[in-house]
Write a protein of this length. Structure first.
Length: 402
C-alpha cells in the first residue's frame, strides 16, 4: 500500500490556496491528506459590492496557471480589469518621450499583458474549487507554534489542538509565524517609503493602459479597473503619505493629479484609502526538513512592477511540481534534499527580482544629474534592445517558459 502523507498549509492567501489546489489536482492527490489553516475568517467576495481596495496585477502567465486549476473562469465571469499596454516614464520626461518605456500586447502576440483582480475574488474562486475536494479548511484558527517532532512537524493551533504533518508549507505572509517559530532568519531592506493606495476616477479614459510615473520620492502606479476607475499605488515619503491620509478627498485628488503629471486629467478620489510602510524582506532559507516557505513568507519585493502575487503563485506551482516528482520517485516529500530542489529553482529568480526592484527604486530616487542622464540613456537603449527587451517582458509576464 502506498504511504500517505500529511501536508499542512499555513495561510489561505493566494500562494497557499494555489498550492493546495495544485496538489489536490495532481497525479498523487489520493496519497496526500491536506489541511489549510488560517488565522482569519474565511474571505467572502460579494460581486454586488464595490471593487475592493486590495487588488493584484496578475500577469498573463499567472492567469494561465489559475486557469489550469479551474479558478480563472470564475474570476473572468465575475469582475476583472485588464491592460494591454504599459507606459513607464521619468518625472523629468513625458509619456510621449523617446525615453518612456512602452510595452504593447501586440508586440508579444498576446491579447493582453495582464489583469487587475481583487484579492478576495481570487481567494473566493480557488476556495470554491477546494470545497469540492477532500482538503480540510480551517479558518479562524491561529497557529501558536511550529516545531519538529522526530521526522514529523507538529503545529499547535487554536487553544489546545495540535496537528502533525510530514510537510508544513508556510504561506502565512511577510510576518510568517512558521518562519519565525523555526528560527529562519531574514534579511530586510527598509525603503523609508510608504505606499498609499486608493481608487480614483480619472477625467480621461485610462484606455486599458497601466501607467507608471517614476518620481524622485518613489513610483506612482495607476492600474485600470473594469468600471473606468484606476487603482493607485503611490510610493512616497512618510511625510507626504501622512498628508495624503489625513487630508480630505479634494486634497488627495489634487496631490495625485499633480504626481501623475495630469496624464489622465483631473483625478477624483472614488474609494477608500490605505497606507503601509515598505520593506523588502528575504528569507535566508526557504526550506528545512519538513518545511517549505512560499510567497511573502519567503520574499517581499517592492511593488514597483507589481510582481509580488505572481512570484508567490510561481512558488506554489514549483513546489507542487517538486512534490509530485518526489512521489513519482518514491521519495518522502518532506525530506530536505527533495525540498532543496524547490529552493534551488525559485530562490535565485526571486532574489534577482528583489534586487532588481530595489535597484530600480534607488536609481529613480536620486537627485544626481549624472544618474538622471544615465537613467534616460538606459531607458532609451532598453526600448531599442530588441531580443533583450522581449526576453525581459516575457519573464515578467510568465509566458514562453517550459
Amino acid at each position: 500500500m502506498n504511504q500517505q502523507f500529511e501536508i499542512v498549509i499555513v495561510g489561505a492567501g493566494l500562494a497557499g490556496l494555489t498550492a493546495a489546489a495544485l496538489l489536490s489536482k495532481g497525479q498523487y492527490h489520493d496519497r496526500l491528506r491536506i489541511t489549510v489553516v488560517d488565522a482569519a475568517e474565511r474571505p467572502c467576495h460579494r460581486a454586488a459590492e464595490d471593487i475592493e481596495l486590495r487588488v493584484s496585477a496578475i500577469a498573463t502567465g499567472t492567469a494561465d496557471l489559475l486557469d489550469s486549476i479551474g479558478a480563472w473562469r470564475t474570476v473572468a465571469a465575475t469582475r476583472v480589469g485588464h491592460f494591454d499596454r504599459i507606459r513607464v516614464w521619468d518625472e523629468k520626461g513625458s509619456p510621449e518621450s523617446a525615453t518612456t518605456l512602452h510595452f504593447d500586447a501586440a508586440d508579444f502576440a498576446v491579447p493582453q499583458l495582464g489583469f487587475i483582480v481583487e484579492n478576495t475574488l481570487l481567494q473566493h474562486a480557488i476556495l470554491a474549487l477546494l470545497d469540492d475536494t477532500d482538503i480540510t479548511l480551517r479558518f479562524a484558527c491561529p497557529i501558536r507554534t511550529v516545531h519538529g517532532n522526530g521526522r514529523r512537524m507538529q503545529l499547535e493551533v487554536g487553544g489546545t489542538d495540535t496537528l502533525d504533518a510530514d510537510l508544513v508549507i508556510g504561506a502565512d505572509g511577510a510576518r510568517s509565524l512558521v518562519r519565525d517559530s523555526l528560527g529562519i532568519e531574514t534579511r530586510d531592506w527598509p525603503y523609508r517609503q510608504t505606499a498609499v493606495v486608493t481608487h480614483l476616477q480619472p477625467e480621461k479614459s485610462h484606455r486599458n493602459i497601466a501607467w507608471q510615473r517614476c518620481l524622485r520620492t518613489g513610483p506612482l502606479g495607476m492600474l485600470p479597473l473594469p468600471d473606468g476607475r484606476i487603482s493607485v499605488v503611490w510610493t512616497t515619503t512618510k511625510e507626504t503619505a501622512d498628508r495624503a491620509m489625513s487630508g480630505d478627498d479634494a486634497e488627495l485628488g489634487r496631490l495625485l493629479t499633480e504626481a501623475s503629471d495630469h496624464v489622465l486629467g483631473e483625478l477624483s478620489v472614488a474609494g477608500a484609502r490605505g497606507a503601509f510602510p515598505l520593506c523588502a524582506r528575504y528569507a535566508k532559507q526557504y526550506v528545512l526538513p519538513g518545511v517549505a516557505l512560499i510567497g511573502d513568507a519567503a520574499h517581499v519585493v517592492h511593488p514597483l512592477a507589481g510582481q509580488g502575487a505572481n512570484l508567490g503563485l510561481q512558488d506554489a506551482a514549483m513546489l507542487a511540481a517538486v512534490i509530485s516528482h518526489a512521489l513519482d520517485e518514491g521519495e518522502h516529500p518532506g525530506d530536505r534534499p527533495v525540498l532543496r530542489r524547490y529552493e534551488r529553482a525559485r530562490k535565485g529568480i526571486n532574489a534577482t527580482m528583489l534586487h532588481l526592484m530595489t535597484g530600480l527604486n534607488g536609481v529613480f530616487a536620486t537627485d544626481s544629474a549624472i544618474l538622471g542622464e544615465l537613467r534616460a540613456i538606459g531607458m532609451l537603449l532598453f526600448n531599442r534592445s530588441g531580443p533583450i527587451r522581449a526576453h525581459a517582458v516575457k519573464v515578467a509576464l510568465g509566458i514562453g517558459r517550459s
